[in-house]
Design a protein around this ligand. Structure first.
Ligand SMILES: *Cc1c(COP(=O)(O)O)cnc(C)c1O
Length: 376
């Protein structure tokens, strides 16, 4: 390795001429709204997931989560169990509906929701649980479904980071109650910004399709057949959350690349695991690295030097991140109670660069700097 200082981004999308051509196709069509491209993307995602469930594309992952919770018709004050360590989007999606996100603790090994803690927070107002596929891993999801069955809860999987992952030999999104994915600018694939709701509940799916278009009933079906809705009825509150054809065109080009992106992300994780393995001061999360497509690569610094490592790596040109501050400590979502594991983990975690354009040399540069930090 040369002594030359590199500049390594934490995350980025990877786009090229395929996406450019796709945008140009829509550009030349002179229609940027929701039409044939969105319809095609939904079909292609459905095929990719090999699912019988309905696939509904919207303009962000947060909108996907919001629509999922909104269309369950929870009442003000109803409660949804959410792990404290997640992007604030999970919490906002719940509170936007008037329901209350109830912060739960996480397991320190995987940062997945701690169901023993969640159990303590169940009340007669609890209507749903929103497990998060943290760092793309949802290995314990079957336990969440058993828990939900016991307490009669709906399950909204925040699978924002999990597109492309496989569990028990099937794609994440192939089955489940409701799953929400994100295609924002840095996720496993991007459509510029974008989100996906997948559900097998036909009634809910229709509500969500209408709700993305201001509640205009059957507007999706008319737009997909090239028509407009002039005379319509509205029964429910809706939003302006539909995806545009220009976004869908980018998403389609990206979806075609997902298998190769998935392979590269797994390789990068494997290189991190092997090159950092001998450093005693860090610990890896216990995730199903062989089957997930990691959106982020998170390590735990267990000797109290997380902040110092963070600053050192930034100085060395390695952009690092922090996923996430516990939501139960944010002003809006502050809890009376403590969440021990969430508090502990939030002092330990640091996110290393992860995107498909990183070279093996880039990764070795990062791992070399981490090793050097602990040697000093
Ligand atoms: C990215 C993300 C979201 C929100 O998705 P957007 O498309 O950015 O709105 C929600 N939850 C988690 C865990 C995420 O990583």
């Amino acid at each position: 390795m040369t002594g030359e200082k590199k500049s390594i981004r934490l995350s980025k999308c990877s786009v090229g001429t395929e996406e450019q051509d796709a945008v140009l196709r829509v550009f030349n069509n002179q229609y940027f709204g929701m039409g044939k491209e969105v319809q095609a993307l939904e079909q292609e995602i459905k095929s990719y997931l090999k699912t019988e469930m309905e696939v509904i594309c919207v303009n962000t992952g947060t909108a996907a989560l919001h629509l999922a919770v909104h269309c369950l018709d929870l009442k003000a004050g109803d409660e949804v169990l959410v792990p404290s360590i997640t992007y604030v989007a999970s919490f906002q999606a719940v509170s936007a509906t008037g329901a209350k996100p109830v912060a739960c603790d996480i397991l320190t090994d995987s940062v997945f929701i701690d169901l023993a803690d969640a159990e303590k927070r169940v009340t007669e107002k609890t209507k749903a649980i929103m497990p998060v596929h943290y760092a793309s891993d949802g290995s314990d999801i079957e336990k969440v479904y058993a828990f939900a069955k016991k307490y009669n809860l709906r399950v909204i999987e925040d699978a924002a980071q999990a597109l492309g992952c496989v569990r028990d030999g099937v794609q994440v999104g192939n089955k489940g109650d409701i799953l929400c994915f994100s295609m924002d600018g840095i996720k496993n694939i991007t459509s510029g910004e974008g989100g996906i709701v997948v559900t097998g509940d036909k009634v809910l799916a229709q509500r969500i399709k209408d709700a993305r278009l201001l509640g205009v009933e059957k507007d999706t079906e008319r737009r997909f057949s090239g028509e407009r809705s002039w005379h319509f009825d509205v029964h429910h509150q809706g939003f302006r959350y539909h995806m545009s054809d220009i976004m869908a065109a980018i998403g389609r080009a990206q979806l075609a690349k997902l298998p190769q992106f998935a392979k590269r992300r797994k390789e990068i994780a494997a290189q991190y695991l092997s090159e950092l393995n001998s450093i005693d001061q860090i610990k890896f999360l216990k995730l199903d690295y062989a089957n997930i497509v990691p959106h982020i690569f998170v390590i735990r610094v267990i000797n109290g030097q997380r902040n110092a490592l963070f600053d050192y790596l930034q100085e060395q040109g390695v952009s690092v991140g922090f996923h996430y501050n516990p939501n139960h400590r944010l002003t809006l979502y502050k809890t009376e109670y403590q969440l021990k594991n969430a508090d502990l983990i939030s002092e330990q975690i640091i996110t290393l660069p992860m995107h498909v354009d990183l070279t093996n040399e880039d990764i070795s540069y990062v791992t070399g700097k981490v090793a050097q930090f602990f040697r000093n």
